[in-house]
Design a protein around this ligand. Structure first.
Ligand code: SAM
Ligand code: SF4
Length: 465
């Protein structure tokens, strides 16, 4: 989205600019300087960038229209897989030529992982800050403003969350709220606990207040975020359970859809399904990463559940009153994964019938136990398994989507393909529907669409009002 919208706290004056969106001229006193954030990685990273942008806005910085124009240039990094991490230094290399007179910073997971080593490899960088230290950004920026040459925020040992006075909203239709930061699991392949620190939940009051402000600003869809969103543990005296937090966010006036991601299977409870059943505003979609269909590999991954336990939780979801779509993440080629383990993953995909799978080849990461596990799978074999899995899943999705032809869904319109004069949006189940409509402006609207054609990754429909 090219437009940005800044939503501040209570006393910030908002100006309505578009049905369903808000812009706030809420920034601090202008200081004549501008900032630009380039973000790579997951949804949480994108939303972190919205909050970091808010920190700059509240200090009087304005958003720069381009990298060249910016006084402060930040690279918000990812290190979940090696490829993402490699990109960072080549990108920083490209920024070297324009370092003069600019403050260049590296934030996010790779900043945490590489720490001060970044200054050695890219001496033109002057800020390195991991997400667990974002609350210290105002101090770090102040230090740079008063002539500091190199500042770092690399403390992982924290029980605090990142609260912002202003959060820039880059998406005018869907608003994101982080409810839990960090992760207390220790999956043997994963850098997140080492880059985002221990699990910290925000108080339910803070989450609900933010959701109300967003509804007041015209947002109708809210997505609650966390690496393990359903491990949420309210630190306030209310001690609101996750399923009840979902119900309370859904009850806010003006909110029509609430989503949450990512759920960890270990903390997935029947209460979540009951909350969805009882509350149509809670979307009929759960992202429940399984990672592998083999209990032996799940154990080596330290996922804390077996194949059978995962399938039992799936049975709760399948017993819901409304059909709930389920998507997942899978890693192929984990060290020691045999052909038989891999076949168990393929069989699990058939058995569950996912509506979407994010699949990855295993990538060895620093500071993780899996990195030194024996029986690494050759890259070509990992790639072969990934292709087999993706082909199989493509067929599963096509068959599932084909059954929807003739059905009618409510679609929240989020995209206009001008060249094809088509609109696109998502159903409550998070399925993408493309459709044509004579209406000139549908962005943010909820329309009824009848499905006329199915493809593996989307549906085609017609606007029926
Ligand atoms: N917290 C989520 C969970 O427990 O499933 C996942 C968060 S992670 C940012 C997103 C996905 O990246 C994971 O579900 C996993 O499939 C994948 N991933 C993480 N580490 C990986 C690695 N070392 N190699 C390949 N894929 C990885
Ligand atoms: Fe990584 Fe596992 Fe935590 Fe997910 S639950 S963020 S995969 S350590």
């Amino acid at each position: 989205m090219s437009r940005t919208f800044d939503i501040g706290i209570d006393d910030l004056k908002a100006v309505r600019t578009h049905a369903g969106t808000e812009s706030a001229s809420a920034a601090g006193t202008p200081n004549g300087k501008s900032f630009f954030i380039e973000t790579f990685g997951c949804q949480m990273n994108s939303h972190d960038a919205e909050k970091v942008a808010g920190v700059f806005l509240s200090r009087g910085y304005r958003p720069a229209q381009s990298i060249a124009e910016a006084d402060v240039l930040l690279y918000n990094t990812c290190s979940i897989r090696e490829k993402a991490a490699q990109k960072v230094f080549s990108r920083l290399g490209a920024w070297r030529g324009m370092a003069d007179g600019k403050i260049i910073g590296v934030i996010g997971c790779l900043a945490q992982q590489e720490g001060e080593e970044i200054f050695e490899r890219a001496p033109w960088v002057s800020l390195v800050c991991g997400s667990a230290s974002y609350r210290k950004l105002p101090e770090l920026i102040a230090e740079l403003e008063s002539g500091g040459r190199r500042v770092t925020g690399l403390d992982l040992d924290t029980d605090e969350t990142f609260e912002t006075e202003i959060t820039r909203r880059d998406n005018p239709l869907r608003a994101y709220i982080t409810i839990i930061e960090g992760c207390n699991y220790a999956c043997s392949y994963c850098v997140v606990p080492h880059t985002r620190g221990p699990e910290r939940s925000r108080s339910s009051d803070a989450v609900l207040a933010e959701a109300k402000r967003l509804a007041g600003a015209g947002y109708t869809e809210i997505q609650l975020l966390g690496q393990t969103v359903n491990s949420y543990s309210d630190p306030s005296p209310r001690n609101l359970a996750f399923a009840n937090l979902l119900r309370e966010v859904a009850a806010i006036d003006g909110i029509r859809r609430v989503r949450f991601t990512t759920s960890h299977p270990n903390d997935f409870s029947r209460e979540i399904v009951e909350a969805i059943d009882a509350t149509p505003v809670l979307c009929d979609h759960i992202h429940l990463p399984v990672q592998s269909g083999s209990t032996r590999i799940l154990k080596a991954m330290r996922r804390t559940y077996t194949r059978e336990q995962y399938l039992e939780k799936m049975s709760w979801i399948r017993a819901a009153r409304r059909p709930i779509s389920v998507t997942t993440d899978v890693i192929v080629g984990f060290p020691g994964e045999t052909e038989s383990d891999f076949e168990q993953t393929l069989a699990l995909l058939e058995e569950v019938g996912y509506d979407g799978v994010f699949s990855f080849t295993y990538s060895p990461r620093p500071n993780t136990d899996a990195k030194s596990m024996p029986d690494a799978i050759p890259e070509e074999e990992k790639a072969r398994r990934l292709a087999v899995l993706q082909d199989g899943q493509r067929a599963i999705q096509l068959a599932r989507n084909a059954k929807l032809v003739g059905s009618q869904f409510e679609v929240m319109v989020d995209t206009h393909h001008a060249a094809r004069s088509q609109w696109a949006g998502r159903t409550t189940q998070n399925l993408i529907v493309n459709f044509s409509s004579p209406h000139p402006s549908l962005l943010g609207e909820y329309v009824q669409a009848r499905i006329t054609r199915a493809a593996p990754y989307s549906l085609v429909g017609e606007d029926v009002g």
